[in-house]
Design a protein around this ligand. Structure first.
Ligand SMILES: [Zn+2]
Length: 268
């Protein structure tokens, strides 16, 4: 059994065919997904989508791309959701993380100082509501680590989603007590540095995800959109890369996700 620890089931590529997507995930052994809401409207779509599907969990945050349009009202709505998920129609055990949040210096859709204000606000929120943090960092990883270093209480409670750095960055993040989550990007031809990072990641610090609808892994890279079922390809690839038994690797990364996000234990 696998968990897709990061996907966007609400996006237009997936939401209209959610029943089929969910069935294919189950057939691939992916019984649980964490769908990541990236602004308030998206979070609300996610809550509606998950009502009849107990295997869907939620991370809720303001994506750095959306930081520029996140006004005070939106930030307060996010804080309110995390303070009282039931008030928004979400059972508290299904809201498992703050995020994705962080900094994106590749697209720079919002000014960097604004991104950082919104990022810090969500770190404070995560500390207050005692939920882990899902980090989005693109060409900003060093700054993200510098900011996170100011919140040492978050040690062990931060995951770098879609980890795309090399071994040096992996070392720094791991030394700070963070977790690494790998997408299909690790299967891409030009991803030697990411593979080196995946090789040095301790088995109890690693998770797998799709980031669907984006980033389909090899050998299904040409299939659009990516979907949770395909996390199995990334898990197989990583197990082979690390010369680990696939079943054991799947068990370990699933247990890691349950521990990190505090998911209820599954009965096998
Ligand atoms: Zn994402």
């Amino acid at each position: 059994m696998l968990i897709d620890t990061h996907c966007h089931l609400t996006y237009d590529e997936l939401a209209p065919q959610i029943d089929a997507v969910w069935e294919r995930a189950a057939a691939a052994g992916v019984m649980r997904c964490i769908t990541v809401g990236t602004d308030i409207a998206d979070i609300q779509r996610g809550i509606a989508l998950s009502a009849t599907r107990p295997g869907i969990f939620h991370a809720a945050g303001i994506h750095p791309h959306a930081a520029g349009r996140a006004n005070e009202e939106e930030l307060r709505a996010l804080e309110q959701l995390h303070a009282d998920p039931a008030g928004s129609g979400l059972s508290p055990e299904r809201l498992v993380a703050v995020g994705e949040t962080g900094l994106d210096f590749h697209y720079d859709f919002a000014p960097r100082d604004v991104q950082e204000v919104v990022f810090r606000r969500q770190l404070v929120l995560a500390i207050r509501v005692r939920r882990p943090v899902v980090i989005h960092a693109r060409e900003s990883e060093e700054r993200v680590c510098d900011v996170l270093a100011e919140y040492p209480v978050l040690r062990d409670r931060v995951v770098f989603h879609c980890f795309s750095g090399g071994p040096e960055l992996a070392r720094r993040a791991l030394d700070m007590g963070f977790w690494l989550s790998f997408t299909g990007v690790v299967t891409f031809k030009n991803a030697d540095a990411i593979r080196a990072a995946a090789l040095l990641c301790p088995p109890d610090r690693m998770m797998v995800e799709t980031d669907a609808p984006y980033l389909a892994p090899e050998p299904v890279r040409k299939i659009r959109p990516n979907e949770p079922a395909f996390v199995a390809h990334t898990a197989r690839f990583l197990a082979a890369l690390r010369k680990e038994d696939y079943a054991a690797f799947a068990r370990a990364t699933t247990a890691n996700a349950e521990r990190f996000f505090g998911l209820p234990a599954t009965e096998e």
